[in-house]
Design a protein around this ligand. Structure first.
Ligand SMILES: Nc1nc2c(ncn2[C@@H]2O[C@H](COP(=O)(O)OP(=O)(O)O)[C@@H](O)[C@H]2O)c(=O)[nH]1
Ligand SMILES: [Mg+2]
Length: 436
């Protein structure tokens, strides 16, 4: 941690502005070397950035944030020059000559975490905000980043600790006349905590869903209207549509957003018996798309009486009975997983979209947190421990109640990074971008 680190904080390539960020105790030395002076704290100063031989590498704004009032908690120097990869590389080269090393991915944020500027859930939200693919996912990440999620976790932890203290002292007084553990108030405290945990699981799952989205494969026999469905859902003429069977051979992709839920659609070649080698290769690709998708839109002709759905795939299947304009059936949901559509007019497709949201566990609303699988797993452990504790409390097994409350406390601590192993920390920060 004592090493000073440096990285270009702006994305690679040419741009309006390019920022070099330095964090650590060598910032003042670097400032003196490149700028000739140490900028006043937190003041934007226009200056030249110079090499040791006096050559001007670029000019721009220098910003100095002395420790501890900085992003990382250490001395931080930011040089905001032009977005020229060459100029940035030369500036970084001069800084590295000062005994500074290049930052690892996420190292600035890791230092912020280690210096208590952010807790772990907030640090993760930084990466989630950068990676967010929709306004809704961005909002969920911001909600976590500002500490709203962490606050809920800490409040819950306080409740767990309070009850644990009560239970532990009740164990000590077990011989006394008063039956502390039989008190119904403790049972209702546990119930309250469980509903808080469950709400947090819901809100985090909603955020995770928005972050990872849903992979959907469109499949079925040739000519049932798969490519027409893709085009309709995307609102553009992506795939070639003809009345000739076997038009689609390669898999085709398209992205759409359903109220902030990112959906990746894959159109596939029609599955049927064929000995055309190109079609066979297309069908093989279709099988691969089916086996990796989260959800399959299995398209059939509405006139088709034989409903044979694929059951060997891991994803959920929604049956789409297309061309309902020809059968005269009403478009829309037939059941929870079956729909009638007309890909020519788009009739019935809004119901299919609702079905996809259902499959993803997506819920509308504005209270999602940028959940990560590890948060949700930890919250589920908390939920299990609390439900276990409730059972044990009802048979007055004080010691076991206390033990489960300890487990709940530890799992909550893992989320915000109080009780997190170094390995896990390394894993989390290594997925960040360099310069963050
Ligand atoms: N009447 C009618 N024709 C459709 C509908 N959907 C697709 N088609 C037609 O069916 C033919 C095959 O469509 P296409 O999307 O290429 O099917 P794919 O082979 O499953 O991809 C084309 O002539 C489409 O215009 C629909 O809902 N109603
Ligand atoms: Mg097609």
């Amino acid at each position: 941690m004592s090493e000073t680190i440096c990285a270009v904080a702006t994305p690679p390539g040419r741009g309006g502005i390019g920022i070099v960020r330095i964090s650590g105790s060598a910032c003042q030395r670097v400032a003196r070397e490149l700028l000739g002076f140490i900028p006043s704290p937190r003041t934007a100063i226009h200056t030249d950035f110079c090499a040791p031989d006096g050559e001007t590498l670029d000019s721009g704004i220098a910003l100095y944030f002395p420790s501890p009032a900085s992003y990382t908690g250490e001395d931080v120097l930011e040089l905001q020059g032009h977005g020229s990869p060459i100029a940035l590389e030369r500036i970084v080269g001069c800084i590295l000559d000062q005994g500074v090393r290049l930052a690892n991915p996420g190292e600035f944020t890791e230092r912020a975490f280690r210096n208590d500027k952010l807790d772990l859930a907030q640090a993760e939200a930084v990466a989630d905000l950068i990676a967010s693919g929709s306004a809704e996912a961005g909002r969920a990440a911001t909600r976590s980043l500002t500490g709203e999620f962490s606050l809920r976790i800490r409040e819950l932890d306080q409740r767990v600790l309070k009850l644990r203290m009560f239970i532990e002292s009740a164990i000590d007084f077990a011989e006394e006349e008063i039956d502390f553990l039989g008190d119904t108030e403790q049972q209702s405290r546990l119930d309250e905590m469980r509903s808080l945990v469950e709400a947090l699981i819901d809100r985090s799952t909603a955020g995770l869903t928005m972050q990872i989205g849903l992979d959907v494969a469109i499949a079925g026999a040739p000519n049932v209207g798969k490519s027409s469905l893709l085009n309709r859902l995307l609102g553009e003429d992506r795939a070639i549509v003809t009345a000739t069977a076997g038009t689609t051979r390669d898999t085709l992709h398209g992205d759409l957003s359903l109220d902030g839920l990112p959906v990746r659609l894959t159109d596939t070649a029609g599955l049927h018996a064929s000995d055309d080698p190109i079609e066979l290769m297309g069908m093989e690709r279709a099988q691969t798309a089916l086996s990796t998708a989260d959800c399959v839109l299995w398209v059939i002709d509405d006139a088709d009486e034989n409903l044979s759905t694929p059951d060997m795939y891991r994803g959920k299947t929604l049956v789409v009975r297309n061309k309902c304009d020809l059968t005269g059936n009403t478009p829309g949901a037939v059941g929870k997983t079956e729909f009638r559509t007309c890909a020519l007019t788009g009739a019935g497709l809004s119901d299919v979209c609702e079905g996809l949201k259902q499959v993803a566990g997506f819920r509308a609303g504005t209270d999602a947190f940028a959940g990560r699988p590890r948060h949700i797993a930890a919250l589920k452990r908390v939920d299990d421990a609390l439900s276990q504790a409730a059972k044990e409390l009802s048979v007055r097994e004080g010691e076991l109640v206390a033990e489960n409350l300890r487990v709940a406390h530890e799992s909550l601590g893992e989320i915000v990074g109080i009780t997190t192993s170094d390995d896990l920390l390394g894993e989390i920060f290594s997925t960040f971008c360099i310069g963050k």
